[in-house]
Ligand binder design. Sequence first.
Ligand code: ZN
Length: 352
Amino acid sequence: MDSAPRDFLLRLLDTPSPSGYERPIQEVVRAYVSDFADRVTTDLHGNVIACKNPTAKLRVMFAGHCDQIGMLITHFNDNGFLHAQTIGGWDAQQLIGQRMTIWTANGPLPAVIARKPIHLLTDEERKQVVKLEDLWLDIGAKNKDEAKELVRIGDPVTLKLGYQEMKNGLANSPAMDNKCGLWVVIEALRRAAQRDLKCGVYAVSTVAEEIGLRGAQTSAFGVDPQVGIAVDVTHATDCPTIDKRQQGDVALGLGPVIPRGPNMNPVVVERLLAICKQKEIPHQLTASGKAQSNDSNAIQISRAGVATGLVAIPNRYMHSAVEMISLEDIDHAADLLAEFVVSLSGDEDFTP
Ligand SMILES: [Zn+2]
């Protein structure tokens, strides 16, 4: 990976973006894309749209959601401990014992989420699954007054951000979902911008995916593309306890995943597969009979319908502190999207 795109990925992973609180990450995106996009706009919802060839008749939209799951502060208790609601789909068990950051007006504030030690749990408590409402944040405040001086109701919270490289080109970070997918759509635009393009390419950093695909809905309406490809993480099934009979064979490092099924336009899917074959881009084929729980769902039914595809990044341990991906997979995914738009003459018909 070249140094500028690599630095960009690390910046994304280091910048907080709980749904509804995406302004800091969108600033990072805008600053980076201004070097190679013809036009960069931000809509009223907060989506950032970076476009190459804005006057072309055929418009292809890439969507990578920039938001991450998080929490927001709802209550101070009398002793200075804080309570919070979740933003997006959390497994409470994943939060116990985590280092967290509260993003206050005066900067990041460290916090932890924990519970009483195992020695003090009753037999009954040991058997129970912890509920989110039973957890609290501890910032080390002396009392309620001190906590209220530091934190405001509604301040967003994330897991402590960071990045760890591992063997075989793997890496883990909180919010790989979906900062790695956001990186792919921006990197695809950067690579495509250096080539001859006959279509307009709109790389969109969408907001609020984790609370119901909301940014994809508004930005797809605004961009009004004929073709829309979402990039998001998908479950890798190459670790213990996952049922491959339903989820299929998906491994880290074997390339991006191209799903087939009713949420996907078959012309787009076949074209993605043909490009993989032609350009020797490794990829994995999966199938899903449902409307997807990612931006491709909202894009497909925007306006009078959009020819929709999904390029998914294999991910172990989704919605945890250690979401793991392969750096080669995201590099191949960016190649695939760039080659897809470069291959278009502008006269294609994607009607199924
Ligand atoms: Zn996601």
